[in-house]
Every structure is written in structure tokens, then in C-alpha cells.
Design a protein around this ligand. Sequence first.
Ligand SMILES: Cc1cc2nc3c(=O)[nH]c(=O)nc-3n(C[C@H](O)[C@H](O)[C@H](O)COP(=O)(O)O)c2cc1C
Length: 386
Amino acid sequence: MPDLFSPYALKGVTLRNRIAMSPMTMYHSVDGKMNDFHTMYLGARAAGGFGLIFPEQIAITPDGRTSVHCAGIYNDDQIEGHRKVTSMIKDMGGVPAIQLGHTGRKGSEVPPFEGGYQLAPDHPDGWQCVGPSPIPYGGDHPYPVHELTRDEIRGLHRSYAAAARRALEAGYEWLEMHYAHGYLGASFFSPLANRRTDDYGGSLQNRARFHLEALDAVREVWPERFPLTMRLGSDDLHPDGVQFDDAVQAIGWMREHGLDLADLSLGFNTDAMVDPPMGNAGFMVDRAARVKKEVGIPVAASWNLGIPENADAVIRQEKIDLVLLGRPALANPHWPVWAARELGVEDAFSLVPRDWGWWLANFRGHDASIGLPPAKVFEEDPREIA
Ligand SMILES: Cc1cc2nc3c(=O)[nH]c(=O)nc-3n(C[C@H](O)[C@H](O)[C@H](O)COP(=O)(O)O)c2cc1C
């Protein structure tokens, strides 16, 4: 039976444990480049023991960014900054992963901490957003959306492939497509955003065509030895939107097109979500477990899994293969080390670089000298997550 600290092998890649840092947009880029901030922030999490480390949604085109402060990999000048990040992550024992995305009708924003609203296309920091149909997201994202032509869709698939080629050159070893949270892929999948009458709209098969073609385009340049995964918006939480059953069926098709693991998420494709579960512990886990069982594909999930016993339990119960942590990774770069001590893992400090691990394990007069609560031994049965 695996636990949170069992290595995880997928294709030719082996992670040192089942803990991944979930992608989080940081608004720290200039000209779409990764810089010292990213090397520091991501290197610290790798040094803290995360097995797989995602920076953030990385845009495949300039208008695929969330804001002008967001990172991309749409030109060769951007490769160098990514390379520094991947080499730091590898030096610290982690595996670097990239999440490629396009924000579609939710782009052209100001950062959340400045209001998160959309800027008009003629604003110096804004642009014309695109989508499958000319339907604005609404609310504080009110501006007209350009309906992508078939040629433009083909161009986007070429951009995905070009971005994947650069990602490989930059040293990433795991590639995820971001098709959740109301961004472009999620818009194609959802009847709320996609009203097309050609073969990219209407039936479920047509609404998944954008995904399958993108997977095909990326797989041509992304080697078989490295995992290709997708974060899928599996439920719009709206009666007229994507239903979870749709996602289960479409992931089956995606598997046939080279998908190695499904990273399940939901919501944020409309402000009118019905009963959003975002306050519930581990609410994605049972949904992901259903995909694992019915589609027979490895799965990952995030959302409220920051309590070590819970994260360990869902791996031990073999409901999911990887735990993704977002906010816990922001709050505590050493979450894996802390969790290892909480769960009674022997030699928790072997997760940090060898020299300072030695000091923490050996140079101690009192537990308080290392600034962590005394490790408690994991005796009880893992908690079931409701
Ligand atoms: C600051 C911040 C930025 C995020 N940016 C992204 C992103 O770029 N791509 C993505 O797929 N999810 C993004 N998310 C969602 C997280 O990856 C994660 O799925 C979510 O926070 C739930 O996990 P948690 O409960 O461990 O935080 C973001 C979340 C936060 C808090």
C-alpha cells in the first residue's frame, strides 16, 4: 500500500513522494519571463521536499496570459528564465512540471490583489479576449469576446506544440494542459461558453475536440518518456454547464490521445455556481477516484488537502495517485518536512538538502531548538474524508 511518502513513477519519471506543489499564478513576470523571484520561490519548495513542482499557468500566447504580469513560454527569449527554475528544482531533488494554458475569455485582468477585474481591449495593459463563441464571461469580465475561426484554432494548437517544444528545451519533465477554471479549454468544453454550430460545438464529442487535437499536437513534440497530463474543469456547478459524467466520458477519449494522468478540478466557469463545495475538505478526491476506477487512468486532485493525515489517507486508500497542494505550499515551503514529522516518518529531514538536514537531525539540545512542534507518532487510522 503506498503512502504520502512513497515514490511515484509515471512514464520515465519518478517523484520522490506523492506531494506536488499545485500551479499558482504569481503576477511577478515582466515580458512573460521567469526571473529571480520564481527561482527563489520554486527552489524553496523543492528544497522543502515537494516531489513535483509546478510554477503557474504558463501562457502559450501573449493574449493567453491572465495579466501583463503573468508568465509565458511563447517566445524563445523566455526559455532561459524557465531553465534557471528547472535546474534549481532538479538540484533540490524535485521534478519540474509546466502547466501550459490560455486564459481565453478570462484574460486581460488586473491582479486579484488589485481587484481582479478585466481591462478593456484598448487599455494599455489589456487586450481583445478570445473564445469559442462571442459570449463574455460576465460580471467584472464584461468585454466582447472574439469568436475563434477554425484557422485560429489550428494556430492555437501550433502554439501549444511550440510551447511544449520550448518547455522541453527549458528542462521541464512533466507537462500539464490547463483546461479548467473557465479558461480557454474549459470554455470549449462548456455549453455555457461554447455555442458553436461547427464540429467544435454542440455534442460532447465536438466540445472535447479542442482538447483531443491539442493533446495530439503536443504529443508530437513532447517525448513519450515524460508525462502529459491535463487539469480538467470537470463540472461547471451549473445545470446548463458541464456535468461530471461528461468529464468521465471525455477523459476516456483523452486517454486514447496520449493523456497519462487526469488532474481533476471544477468550477470558476461562471459566477453563478450552484452550491460550490470550495469550503469542504478534500472535495475533489471522491470525484477523482471515480475517474481512476471507471477510466483506468492515474489521477491527481487538489483542494483542501493540507492536513497531513488527510493527504496521507487518500493516497493509502488509493483514491488518488498524487496530492496537489496550493495554499499549504504558499504558507509553508517545508510542508512535506512538517507533514513527514507529523506522520511519524523516520528521517523527515532527509527531504531537505543534505547539509542542513544533518544539522536539523543531529544538532539538538531540545525539540524547540528547531522551531517545530515535537513530532507526534501516527497511531490512529487515517481519517476518512467525507
Ligand atoms: C494564488 C493562487 C493562484 C492559482 N493559480 C492557479 C493556476 O495558475 N493554475 C491552476 O490550475 N490553478 C491555480 N490555482 C488553484 C490551485 O492550483 C489549487 O488547485 C487550489 O488552490 C486548491 O488547492 P489548495 O486547497 O491546496 O489551495 C491558484 C490558487 C491560488 C491560491
